[in-house]
Design a protein around this ligand. Structure first.
Ligand SMILES: [Zn+2]
Length: 286
């Protein structure tokens, strides 16, 4: 990766964030747990089905198959309604000839102590403060990353084997998510510590003493990306999320893929209608 590009920093003031529907659920002090779960307290963020208002664990459970699967999310709870009524939902198929826009992403990720949670829907690595994404001059803090299998976004109808989501939040609660597609191939050393210590039971958390992880090591060398406005891909499917899906795919070994699949063989929401939204493409200068 061209680190000089990545760390070419423009001191960016924190732009006044647009209020989004998320502001209502992401109260001040909350950190989004997955895209859709807003929790911060140490006690709350281990609960797999809790999100939303502090201390208010929703009773509706959801999943990826059967009568709690994605086709039913909008009916499982009133606060999930936008999962079926929303018109700017994620993920989508990235197949339209996108408008070309200037590259405006800068990753300012730093190593943090490794903390891994199995939240019952995915494997998530929590991120402490100090790592940011600058998107178009706006600053977002990296709060966690997690995985889906298969990928949620598709390219010309084709899913990748997995997708990594880096979830960021700005000072007003607005979310920006960076998606990285993963395909079976070479061993991925940057993932190894996460994979070795992956909690196998839902609700488990692993704090790996003396081990750090740098999310920057999980990015592809080329940071060209598609961008569009979408939603959380998990209930409550709130809209107003800025999406950046990197064009270049990262590899992991078949054994690494199998290890995740043993826990989560299917935790991907199907693609949603584009409904006329613009997809843009930004080429990294290398
Ligand atoms: Zn996700």
């Amino acid at each position: 990766m061209n680190r000089s590009t990545v760390i070419r920093l423009i001191p960016a003031g924190i732009a006044l964030a647009a209020l989004t529907a998320l502001a209502a659920i992401l109260k001040r002090g909350h950190v989004p747990d997955r895209e859709g779960e807003s929790t911060m307290s140490k006690s709350a963020d281990e609960r797999p089905k809790s999100y939303g208002e502090e201390g208010q664990a929703h009773s509706a459970s959801w999943g990826y198959t059967g009568d709690i699967g994605p086709a039913h999310w909008g009916d499982l709870a009133p606060e999930f309604a936008v999962c079926k009524t929303g018109v700017s939902q994620s993920p989508i198929d990235l197949n339209d000839a996108p408008e070309v826009r200037p590259h405006e992403l800068e990753f300012r990720y730093a190593p943090v102590p490794l903390e891994i949670v199995n939240n019952g829907h995915t494997i998530q690595v929590n991120y402490s403060s100090g790592s940011t994404l600058i998107a178009g001059g706006k600053e977002y803090a990296l709060v966690q990353f997690h995985f889906h299998r298969l990928s949620e976004h598709t390219v010309s109808g084709q899913p990748a084997d997995m997708e990594l989501h880096f979830v960021h939040q700005d000072a007003a609660g607005g979310l920006a998510v960076v998606g990285v597609l993963l395909n079976s191939g070479r061993h991925n050393q940057a993932l190894e510590q996460v994979w070795v210590h992956m909690p196998t039971e839902a609700d488990d958390k692993q704090i790996v003493a003396g081990t750090t992880i740098n999310a920057a090591d999980l990015l592809p060398a080329n940071l060209s990306y598609f961008s569009y406005m979408g939603s959380l891909t998990t209930p409550p499917c709130s809209e107003g999320v800025r999406w950046f899906v990197l064009r270049n795919v990262v590899e992991l070994s078949p054994a690494q893929l199998d290890r995740f699949a043993a826990l989560y063989p299917d935790n991907a929401r199907p693609v949603q209608p584009l409904n006329g939204r613009a997809i843009t493409y930004s080429q990294a200068s290398e």
